[in-house]
Every structure is written in C-alpha cells, then in structure tokens.
Design a binder for this molecule. Structure first.
Ligand SMILES: [Zn+2]
Ligand SMILES: [Zn+2]
Length: 378
C-alpha cells in the first residue's frame, strides 16, 4: 500500500485514475464471494454439463487483474500470491458455509491457472526505458484513464462484453443440447467470451476519438493531467511539466506509427533455445495436456489448461514484440519506422519530423535525459 502525497499533483492524478478500478474490484470480489457460496442444488444433475471450471478460470484471473489495476499493490507477484490465496480460501470455505457445496480440487486448480495467466500479462506491463517509447505507452494509458473516469463508459463497455457473451453462450448451449443432444458448455462459453471481447473492443474504438482529440488539442501531462499547450519546449522537443516537473516530449501528443515486425524476427528474440522452449511449452499446454485431461474425463480442466497455454504464450509474444519494438524505436530518429528509409539527415524541429518518402511522423529525442525520471509502475 502506498500513502499519497497531497503536494504531488502526479500522485493525486494516479490515485484518481485508480478509483474506478478499486470500485470494480470490490464489487466483483463481493459478487464472486456470493456466487461461489450460493447454496447448490440437491437434485441430481440433469445431464447438463456446466462450464464451471472455465468460469473459475475467467473469474479468478479477472479478479487478480482488477486487484492489480487498483494500484494498491505495485508488485504483480504479490498480487498473484494474494489472488491464489483467495482462490483457495474461497473454495475451502464453501464446504463449511454453504449447503450442498463441496470444495473441489479441480475448481481450485482452474482458478489458480486463471490467476497465473493474468499474472503473465501483468508481468509484461513494465514501463519502457526510452522516453519517446514510454510516453507512447503512457499516451494510451492516459486515454484509457480519461475514458474510464466516466461511469457511463464502464456500463457501455461492460454491456458490450457481457450481453453478446451471455446471449451466444445460452443460444449455442441450449440449441446443441435440445436438437443435437450433447453438451458443449466449454466451447459455447469460449465462443461467447471471444465475441464479447470483440464487441467490447469495437465499443472502445467508438468511444476513443474525443479522448484522442483532447490529447492532441490540450497537450496534457500524462503524470498530473495539467494542460501544457503554452509550455516552451527546447529545440529537441524536451521540456518539463510546469505543474509536477515530470519530463515531457513533443512526440507524446501524437500517435507515432507502430513498427511492422516480421514474425521471423519476433520468434528469434530469445534465440534458438528460447524458440525451442516456446515450442515445447505450446505442445504441452495446448495439445498434450488438454488431450490427456480430456481422455481422463476432465473436460473442464482440459479447457482451463488450453486457455492457460494460449494466454501465457500470448503474453510471451507480446513481451517479444515489446523488446523488438524498443530496438526499432531506438533507431526511430535515423530510420523511418514505416518504410525504413534513412532519415538521419532530415530535420526534426522540436523533436518531430516527417519522413520524406512516406510522410510518416517520426520523433527524435536526446537519449541523455530519457532515463531521468521513470515514474511508471514496475
Ligand atoms: Zn505534470
Ligand atoms: Zn517513411
């Protein structure tokens, strides 16, 4: 836990941005406690198979992610340990406090797999060292923070995720059960979750334009939110926020093009051994593990392992992308990110220039001040 310093505008803004996540975490935690301790049915199951392992995976992974976003705890591994502890306690208390509910080792395992997958993603969210790259990341965070500071946007995004998810799950689940006579609860829920995420992403892109425009017009400091439209920057585009003193760069209010990284370069980030380890892991987690569990009648756990495999491999690829992106962006002042043309001789007045070949915007910064301040979470 951190104490806020009321004389530091950056700390006040960070605190303000964390509050919606804290409310979401507390509400979701209470909802999860009630849902997992609700009295079970004493009727023998009707043959309907429920996707309860997958729900444990998603809910406890989601809870770990929300806890991390509250900013109460800065280290992701402490968040993981707490979330795993909560998963185990929550399951064990069910057999004491709830009627017709028994603690299940498989439920605990599915919950822990969800927490581990969320943790793999949290571990990739460390801040970049180079100022221009870091400010590009923080530009995105700032836009999301501003968007999520409005309760209406939480409801819109939540509904965009939940409605298609529940609708597709229920329709697919009952149609296959009633007309084909078999239960595909895990597949139905997976289709629902993927569709929900796609619709939520579409909603996010619909809500974003006014917030992106506000960054371009108001030139906010990403640490404290103060408008820096009138701030004088030096000839390289560097300056310091007049309100909180954190470094800013002229490029941070523009979206720089994202580099195109060939898959072969991405896969070789950790060398041949790293690639071999990744292959072995994928075979175990996505093919061998789920098939073995499926063969022994644990369809729910098989799905949870499969999700873990995809989720952790995705986090690994994302980390590789970030490493390669840093390499490319570090040469951003010499070579165009989009078309690779040599731009070392092109003037970048105030830290920003345009590629003469493809007109893409590029940023050039003096690296000496880049590591002067690194206020982002680690
Ligand atoms: Zn500031
Ligand atoms: Zn270019």
């Amino acid at each position: 836990m951190t104490r806020i310093d009321l004389s530091d505008p950056a700390a006040i803004r960070r605190e303000g941005a964390a509050w919606p996540w804290r409310i979401a975490f507390l509400l979701f935690g209470v909802f999860l406690l009630i849902a997992t301790h609700w009295p079970g049915s004493d009727q023998p199951s009707s043959g309907h198979e429920s996707p309860d392992k997958l729900l444990h995976f998603l809910c406890f992974g989601g809870l770990a992610f929300l806890l991390w976003m509250t900013d109460w705890i800065r280290r992701f591994w402490i968040v993981s340990i707490l979330a795993i502890g909560f998963t185990i306690l929550d399951e064990l208390t069910q057999s004491f406090f709830s009627i017709n509910r028994e603690a299940s080792g498989a439920d605990i395992a599915a919950g822990i797999l969800g927490v581990l997958t969320a943790s793999a993603w949290m571990s990739t969210f460390n801040s970049a060292e180079q100022l221009v790259t870091r400010q590009q990341d923080r530009r995105l965070h700032y836009i999301l923070d501003e968007m999520l500071a409005r309760p209406a946007n939480w409801f819109l995004l939540g509904a965009a995720f939940a409605l298609p998810m529940v609708l597709l799950f229920v329709v697919i689940y009952f149609l296959t059960w009633n007309f084909l006579g078999f239960s595909i609860s895990n597949i139905a829920l997976t289709i629902g979750v993927v569709a929900g995420m796609a619709v939520a992403l579409g909603m996010l892109l619909r809500l974003a334009p006014p917030f992106i425009e506000s960054v371009e017009v108001n030139h906010p400091c990403f640490d404290c939110g103060a408008s820096l439209v009138d701030l004088e920057l030096d000839e390289h585009g560097h300056g310091h926020c007049t309100s909180c003193g954190h470094p800013v760069h002229a490029s941070q209010w523009h979206q720089l093009p994202a580099p195109n990284i060939p898959v072969s370069v991405l896969l070789s980030t950790d060398g041949p051994l790293g690639f071999a380890c990744m292959l072995c892991y994928l075979v175990l987690a996505i093919i061998a593990g789920p098939l073995l569990l499926l063969a022994s009648g644990h369809a729910g756990l098989a799905t949870a392992i499969f999700y873990t495999g995809i989720g952790i491999a995705g986090a690994m690829f994302w980390q590789w992308y970030r490493i390669q992106r840093t390499v490319i962006l570090n040469q951003g002042g010499d070579r165009c990110i989009r078309c690779s043309v040599d731009i070392a001789a092109i003037e970048a007045e105030g830290g920003i220039g345009h590629c003469p070949n493809c007109k893409a915007i590029f940023a050039r910064s003096r690296s000496s001040v880049d590591d002067e301040q690194n206020s982002d979470r680690t």
